[in-house]
Design a protein around this ligand. Structure first.
Ligand code: NAD
Length: 337
């Protein structure tokens, strides 16, 4: 099948090429992000292969449908960037990678916790400058602290298992309880109780209309003063402006993020010679108790191998008219983009 692969970087190409040896699809790589003005380059392709910051909204899907595209193959778990109703209306199927190394993202979340708590980003720079002072580097024992896990699916479960290894108390919130998390002693509570009790809060739920700005001024006001907030899930789970106010007020003591609500115009690009126009992002990253990484939680060899293999299997299933193992079902009535 002829496939237009958007948002391609050299590492995407490397792993997709290796996996495609078993499938033989014609992969046409584009560095461009998929959006309305780049969509016409998929002309003549039956499928597009996209990533987290590609815009797969109704206008884009209409252009794709008109040029013969019948499949959107996501190289990601999250599908909040796809208008599923529009895809269903246009008879375009959507497939994703449901299961790839949840360890990659969970371990990255723990990395952010350690980095913020022990101020490793400062310590690294200090020692390189022969500054061996410990002033200002004091952290806290994670052992015995209460960790709140919001979303206890595959990544949330892995994260909880690691934090249990540190000797933390686990609180969980999810719309359905995970038996493995219950077995390891996680106590499920409502969000206000989790916010009030947790020393560390880590977000692992999907971005849905119901979870948009889950972290806002009101929820931040319910948190323990000095709480550590970690977001490796999706940027818009968090109202960044409210987080900035929370950091200034001291309610949020540490903020670690691998995602940002306006990341589309920033992440995955080298903008080091550019004047960044996003004032909110610049203010956020100016704080000494904030660490931001550019959506790299998934970026391990193991995750990339599985992403590439599953993506090509998804495309082959579609081409051969087989049942789609990883289809994202269109919303019933309530949109869940
Ligand atoms: P998953 O489907 O296994 O788990 C998601 C969990 O969230 C489920 O248990 C679900 O019941 C729960 N949930 C749904 N609605 C909820 C709500 N309103 N409140 C609380 N919980 C709710 O998914 P996963 O593989 O664990 O991935 C979780 C998220 O991580 C993805 O949706 C994606 O946004 C993010 N992610 C980030 C990266 C990265 O590189 N940073 C990589 C992969 C995934």
């Amino acid at each position: 099948m002829r496939v237009a692969v958007f948002s391609t970087r050299p590492y995407d190409r490397q792993f997709l090429e290796a996996a495609n040896a078993a499938h033989g699809h014609e992969l046409i790589y584009h560095e461009a992000r998929l959006q309305a003005d780049s969509a016409p380059i998929a002309n003549g392709c039956q499928a597009v292969c996209v990533f987290v910051n590609d815009d797969v909204d109704r206008p884009v899907l209409e252009i794709l449908a008109a040029s013969g595209v019948r499949l959107v193959a996501l190289r990601s778990t999250g599908f909040n960037n796809v208008d599923l109703q529009a895809a269903a209306d246009l008879k375009i199927k959507v497939v994703r990678v449901t299961d790839y190394s949840p360890y990659s993202v969970a371990e990255h979340a723990v990395g952010l916790i350690l980095m913020l708590n022990r101020k490793l980003y400062k310590a690294y720079n200090r020692v390189r400058e022969d500054n061996f002072s410990l002033q200002g580097l004091m952290g806290f024992d994670i052992h015995g602290k209460t960790v709140g896990v919001v979303g206890t699916g595959k990544i949330g479960q892995c994260f909880a298992q690691i934090m249990q290894g540190f000797g933390s108390q686990l609180l969980g919130y999810d719309v359905r309880q995970n038996p493995t998390c219950l077995e390891m002693g996680m106590r499920y509570v409502e969000l206000p109780e989790l916010f009030a009790a947790a020393d560390i809060i880590s977000l692992h739920c999907p971005l849905l209309p119901s979870t948009h700005y889950l972290i806002n001024a009101e929820s931040i006001s319910q948190m323990k003063p000095g709480v550590m907030l970690i977001n490796t899930s999706r940027g818009a789970l968090v109202d960044t402006s409210a987080v900035i106010d929370g950091i200034k007020a001291g309610t949020i003591g540490y903020f670690g993020a691998d995602v940002y609500e306006e990341e589309e115009s920033l992440f995955f690009e080298d903008l080091s010679d550019t004047v960044i126009q996003d004032d909110m992002f610049q203010l956020l990253q100016s704080f000494p108790n904030v660490v931001i990484t550019a959506h790299q939680g998934f970026f391990t060899r193991e995750a990339f191998t599985t992403i590439a293999e599953t993506t090509l299997e998804n495309i082959t299933e579609f081409e051969q008219g087989l049942p789609l193992s990883h289809e994202v079902q269109p919303p019933k009535k309530v949109a869940s983009s």
